[in-house]
Design a protein around this ligand. Structure first.
Ligand code: NCD
Length: 341
């Protein structure tokens, strides 16, 4: 599928003006049509990834470095598979064995990566803003794979792609007008933040639900409706997105006990019945089964889209890597991208 054939063609400017950014540091700063453009670009990769031979040579000869300073299973694997399916040489920096452990500063690490002429660098870091710090020091596009409590833009994009696919039979794939509930540790979650920015930008009605201690003050300013009562938040919802309690970011006691938390904020089958009968269940992973989500909900066939999110993650990351390296591939103005595929 070419850009010209994608469902929203005509809704965004032609060529490189469709996505005039050097990197992907967050959803903040992206226009709705830029988000739609990335979603549309990902469609071709959803198709390719379902074929037995999943290889395109779009990024042949390019080097992509994944530098993950924080633990990750699906995001790291997903970026690695995405780069490899596009034919790039993908290198995962082993942070635990790196000079970072010898006290090297982030800026020195960035300059080292830059000297190796990477064509794209994917970074996950425990500190909010660390990815931007590196992006300012290197010549190639930088993709944020999660920085502290700040943003996780590819997660929000893959979630939007998942929702779009799931609602396509119902309404043609329109996210605008859907009611999405995001429930859990909103305070510490970069996934919540990026999803709020992405979904509100696409016109969804977003409700956030958390115990008072895990709800950021002033969250209404992000154009969402806050709830402390999960049952009330679920009323008529189209999408229910559950989040993990991010214990590693908590200093002190934020919840009485996991048992108590499940009682008030866990997604059980009974609770799910409050949402629309066809409401989607989502979770970015890793899940704590029996805490924020019961196993029989997480595995509910036809309703749980959790593994679909992982599938869409690869396609979305392929789209981001492809779009962001077009200029580096000599496609100034992306004329080749439009005529040549
Ligand atoms: C999330 C993350 O790391 O921000 N996971 C992910 O990327 N799939 C959420 C989490 O850790 O709970």
């Amino acid at each position: 599928m070419t850009s010209a054939e994608t469902p929203h063609a005509g809704r965004y400017p032609a060529g490189s003006a469709a996505f005039p950014h050097r990197g992907l540091l967050g959803i903040a700063g992206l226009a709705p049509h830029e988000i739609l453009f990335l979603l549309d670009e990902a469609e071709q990769w959803v198709g390719l990834n379902r074929q037995p031979k999943k290889r395109a040579d779009r990024l042949a000869g390019l080097t992509i470095i994944n530098a993950f300073f924080e633990n990750s299973t699906r995001t790291l694997l997903s970026f690695e598979i995405a780069g490899k399916r596009l034919g790039a040489d993908v290198v995962n920096m082993a942070v635990a064995q790196s000079s970072v452990k010898k006290g090297e500063t982030l800026i020195d690490t960035a300059m080292t990566l830059n000297a190796m002429h990477a064509d794209a660098i994917v970074i996950r870091h425990g500190s909010s803003g660390a990815v931007r710090l590196i992006a300012d020091k290197v010549d190639c596009p930088v993709l944020n794979a999660g920085d502290g409590q700040h943003e996780h833009p590819t997660q929000a994009l893959l979630d939007a792609l998942t929702i779009r696919h799931a609602v396509r039979p119902r309404n043609g794939g329109e996210i605008g007008g859907l009611t999405v509930v995001i429930c859990g540790d909103i305070l510490h979650s970069r996934v919540a933040r990026s999803n709020i920015l992405c979904l509100t930008s696409l016109g969804a009605d977003v409700r956030v639900c958390a115990p008072p201690a895990l709800m950021p003050t002033g969250i209404e300013r992000m154009n969402v409706t806050p709830f402390h009562d999960f049952d009330a938040a679920l009323e008529g919802a189209d999408v229910v997105m559950m989040l993990r309690l991010q214990q590693e970011r908590m200093q002190g006691q934020f919840i009485p006990s996991p048992r108590e938390y499940r009682h008030l904020y866990g997604l059980t089958l009974d609770r799910l019945a409050k949402a629309r009968p066809d409401a989607l269940v989502m979770h970015p992973g890793p899940m704590n089964r029996g805490v924020e989500i019961d196993s029989n909900v997480a595995d509910l066939i036809g309703r749980s889209h959790i593994t679909r999110q992982v599938e869409m993650g690869v396609a979305m990351r392929m789209a981001c890597l492809d779009v962001l390296t077009r200029t580096a591939r000599g496609m100034e103005g992306w004329v080749m991208a439009e005529n040549g595929r």
